[in-house]
Ligand binder design. Structure first.
Ligand SMILES: Cc1cc2nc3c(=O)[nH]c(=O)nc-3n(C[C@H](O)[C@H](O)[C@H](O)COP(=O)(O)OP(=O)(O)OC[C@H]3O[C@@H](n4cnc5c(N)ncnc54)[C@H](O)[C@@H]3O)c2cc1C
Length: 384
């Protein structure tokens, strides 16, 4: 039999993350949404609680937690505020290339520094002309003697303006297409590295999203992660690990919207009844409950398969695609259940609906996930 129960440790992680979201994140969510400021104090408290770098191995100073623990944390924190949650989660996510492909020296130096000295990390893949088409990136890394000279512009980078270490993807040979892409660790203080304009976003506004510019930034050859030309593989493997977490984060937002809509529907009366008793409203809530449960299971399945060392690319794409669409649907219906109040900023559902949209965009759009699922189906049909 498959066992869906959480271990005692996982239940403790869930309880702690839920409590952190209730006491530290949720009360501050509306203010950070309005200001768009980076929630530095809350991130420090998250470090205190062991919620940052939770999945980095303990030997480098991380929490040593497993993939499912990360999903549990992502759901709980995002139920408090997806923007603040992403300020915490992005660090573990950006660390994935080092955890999976870094040398022992790189892990000790950069993961050790990140975890023990509370340094922040960012993952720099997207460029103005290369979003979904990652292989079209034009940032270059020129090898000169024992160093690489990195030039190019990255955009929409979460933690772009606050990170201490950038994990940067650039091509060492454009003519080789995706096989020319390589990955590097670039410390923020490297001359030629700067953060560009901060984006004024629709949702997840607490997250710091900026351009990051590299102008002839020189790093030692020792900062190459994996081998030259391995970058595309590193990106794809990173996404296979991170997408279940992003899906779980969407589940958290959807859950918050459903919980608020349910409470509201029991209190609000129209035609002499709590609106919950009108079947059209009750059915919207029932659909939310079933879709949230399905999304959570898909995310858990993808993480479980990844943790077993199996190829989880299809499951990760399914979870991300399903949960991205699901959270948009659920938050839209929650706004519907609140009627006019769902459209007003004084009520939390308006923010949840804005926070939801980007789940269909970042970490690969809803369309790109379908492309990946379709390709996997095709491959399976050939081998099967
Ligand atoms: C808030 C936020 C945070 C982000 N954080 C990061 C980060 O930390 N690091 C990072 O590197 N990037 C980050 N991104 C970038 C994000 O991953 C990209 O925005 C995303 O991959 C889409 O790229 P694009 O915006 O260039 O859209 P495009 O690729 O131009 O896509 C535009 C539209 O065309 C569709 N489309 C494109 N190609 C196809 C195709 N082959 N088939 C069908 N449809 C297609 C897309 O689905 C989309 O609907 C972030 C983005 C946002 C908004």
């Amino acid at each position: 039999m498959i066992d869906f129960s959480l271990t005692a440790e996982q239940q403790a992680v869930q309880k702690m993350a839920r409590e952190f979201a209730r006491s530290e994140i949720a009360p501050a969510a509306a203010a950070y949404d309005r200001s768009g400021e980076y929630p530095r104090e809350i991130v420090q408290k998250a470090f205190d609680a062991g919620l940052v770098y939770a999945t980095v191995p303990e030997e480098y100073g991380g929490g040593g937690l497993g993939a499912l623990d990360q999903l549990i944390i992502a759901e709980e924190l995002s139920a408090g505020c997806a923007g603040i949650s992403s300020c915490i989660a992005i660090n573990s996510l950006a660390a994935i290339p080092l955890v999976l492909f870094g040398s022992e020296t790189q892990k000790k130096k950069y993961l050790g520094s990140a975890c023990n000295e509370r340094k922040l990390m960012a993952l720099c893949v997207t460029e103005p002309g290369a979003g979904s088409d990652v292989a079209a990136m034009t940032a270059t890394a020129r090898r000169v003697n024992g160093e690489y000279v990195i030039s190019g512009q990255k955009c929409f980078i979460t933690n772009g303006g606050v990170a201490d270490y950038y994990i940067v993807f650039a091509t060492v040979d454009k003519s080789r297409g995706h096989k020319g892409i390589s990955a590097f660790v670039v410390p923020r203080e490297t001359p030629g590295v700067s953060a560009g304009k901060k984006e004024d976003k629709m949702g997840q506004r607490a997250a710091n999203t900026t351009d990051v510019i590299f102008e002839e930034a020189v790093v030692p050859a020792a900062n190459l992660i994996g081998e030259e030309g391995f970058g595309f593989k590193i990106i794809m493997q990173t996404f296979n690990h991170s997408r279940p977490g992003v899906a779980a984060s969407a589940v958290g937002v959807a859950r918050a919207a459903m919980e608020y809509a349910l409470k509201y529907s029991k209190e609000r009366e129209q035609f002499g009844l709590p609106i919950f008793m009108h079947q059209a409203v009750m059915f919207m809530l029932a659909d939310m409950a079933k879709d949230i449960a399905a999304g959570r299971l898909l995310a858990w399945l993808a993480a479980w398969k990844g943790e077993r060392g199996e190829n989880n690319a299809k499951e990760a794409a399914i979870a991300k695609a399903f949960c991205g669409d699901m959270v948009m649907r659920v938050t839209t219906d929650a706004a519907q259940i609140l009627g006019g109040y769902g459209y007003i900023k004084d009520y939390p559902v308006e923010k949840l609906m804005r926070d939801a949209k980007v789940f269909q965009i970042y970490e690969g759009t809803a369309q790109i996930q379908r492309l990946l699922i379709g390709r996997a189906l095709f491959q399976e049909s050939l081998s099967g």
